[in-house]
Design a protein around this ligand. Sequence first.
Ligand code: NAD
Length: 506
Amino acid sequence: NEGGACDGKAGSVVVPEIKFTKLFINGEFVDAASGKTFETRDPRTGDVLAHVAEADKADVDIAVHAAREAFEHGKWPRMSGYERGRVMNKLADLMEQHTEELALLDGADAGKLLLLGKIIDIPAAVQMLRYYAGGADKIHGESLRVSGKYQGYTLKEPIGVVGVIIPWNFPSLMFFLKISPALAAGCTVVVKPAEQTPLSALYYAHLAKLTEYVVQAGIPDGVINVVPGFGPTAGAAIASHMDVDSVAFTGSGEVGRLIMEASARSNLKTVSLELGGKSPLIIFDDADIDMAVELSRLAIFFNKGEVCVAGSRVYVQEGIYDEFVKKAVVAAQNWKVGDPFDVTTNMGPQVDKEQFERVLRYIDLGKSEGATLLTGGKPAADKGYYIEPTIFADVKEDMQIAQDEIFGPVMSLMKFKTIDEAIEKANCTKYGLAAGIITKDLNIANRVSRSVRAGTVWVNCYFAFDPEAPFGGYKMSGFGRDQGMMAIDKYMQVKSVITAVPDSPW
Ligand code: NAD
C-alpha cells in the first residue's frame, strides 16, 4: 500500500505524495484532541505542503500515558537486548526500502537536497539505528569489590519514558540520533518533531508499525509516539510533564534554557541539550589552499548553513590570506543555488520565511557593523526562501555576526598571525560545539586540537560524522553526548546492588 511517492507536480516543482499527517499515539494515527491542524510549507515556493494534526498538552498527556504503559507493562523493556536490536534492524531495513520517499519528504519539507537525502541523510539515520541495534546487547554493569563482607554489582536499567524535542535542519537524522540509543536501552519515547518538518517523523512512525508484520514481535504499540505541534504548547508539555523521565533536546539555546527550567519546576527529569554553535575553521599557512577553500565552502554552505556545527568563522593565517580570499569568493559564486530536487544544485532554500528573513537581517547587520561584503548578501530568487552564498571579510570578534549563530549561508572571514592568536580567537564565543583545523603540521594540529574548547575537532576534514564518535557541546553549546555507546547512558539509570557475604573467606 506504499505506492510511488513522487507523483504530484506544482509547476516544475516536484511535490511528494504525503500519506501521514496525523499524530501517532499507541500504534495508531489519530487526530489531535482539539481537532486542530497546522500547515507545513514547502520552502521552495512558500506553498502549503500538508495540514498536520497539531498536538497540544492533552495529546502529549495521552502519548506519555501510552509510553508509560508500554514501559511499565509492555514487552519492549523486557525483551533481551538481542531481540530489541533485531527489531531495530528490521526498522532499518524498512527505511532502506523507503529511502526515496523519505528523502523526498525531507526535501520538500525542509528544502534539503534530494540527492544528499538519498545518499547522506537517510543512510546516516539507518546507520545510527543499526549502530545502536548492535549496542542493545552490549549494555553491561560492573562488578564491585566493596569493602567488608559484601559484594556488589551495578545494574543498568532503562530510565523510562523519554521525551524527544528536535529541530528541522536534519529531520531524519535528529529523530534517530535521539531515539536509537533510547530504544536500545529499552526506553519508550514521545517525539515532538519541529513544526517546520513533521512529515518524515510520521513516516517513521508508520514504518515502526510495519515492523510488526516483518518480525513476529515488532516494535510494540506505545514504544514510539510522534506528536507534531508547536514548541510552547506540545514541546513545553513534554518538558514539564511529571511522567517523562528524561528529555533529549536539540535546538536553540533559548529553548534549551526553557527545557531545563521546566524540568526544575516539574519532576527534575534528566535533560540533555545539544544547542547552537559558532564553530571556527582555522586554516594555517602550510595548508593546501585549494583543499582549504573546498572544505571552508562545504563547512558553511552545506545544507544552506543550517547546521549547528557549520564552520561559520573562518580564520586564515596571514601568509595565505589574500590568495585564500580570492579563491573562496570564486568558490562561493560557483556554489549553485536552486531547486533542491535538481541534481546539479548545491544549495536549496532556507527552511522557512522566518529563517530567510533572519539570515537577511544578519547580513544587513554585518554591513552596518562594518564588515566587508565580498560576495552574495541577497535573496537568490524571486520566489521561495533562497539566499546567495555570502562571505564577509574584515570581521572583528566583537561584531554580532562573529558571535551569534546565524544558521544560514554566511561566512565570516578573519585573518590571524600566530597559533596563540588563532586559539584565543577560536575560543572567544560562548559556544563550543565543533572546530576545524587545516594544516600539514602534526604539532600544530595536536596543539590546537587540545586547546580549542569544543566537543568535536576535525583535522583536515569537516563534517566527518560517525555514530561511533560522541557528539555534543562545551560551554553554551549544551551538555550530554549523542552518538557513541556513551549516549546509551543518557537513557539509563545505574543501580548498585550490594549483597552481604557473611561467610566471606576474605
Ligand atoms: P528552537 O529551539 O526554536 O526549536 C527546536 C525545537 O524545540 C522545535 O521542535 C521546537 O518546536 C521546540 N520548542 C520551541 N519552543 C519550545 C518550548 N518553549 N518548549 C519546548 N520545546 C520548544 O530552534 P529552531 O529555531 O527551530 O532551530 C534553529 C536553532 O536550533 C539554531 O539556531 C541552532 O542554534 C539550533 N540547532 C542546534 C543543533 C545542535 O545539534 N546543536 C542542531 C540544529 C539546530
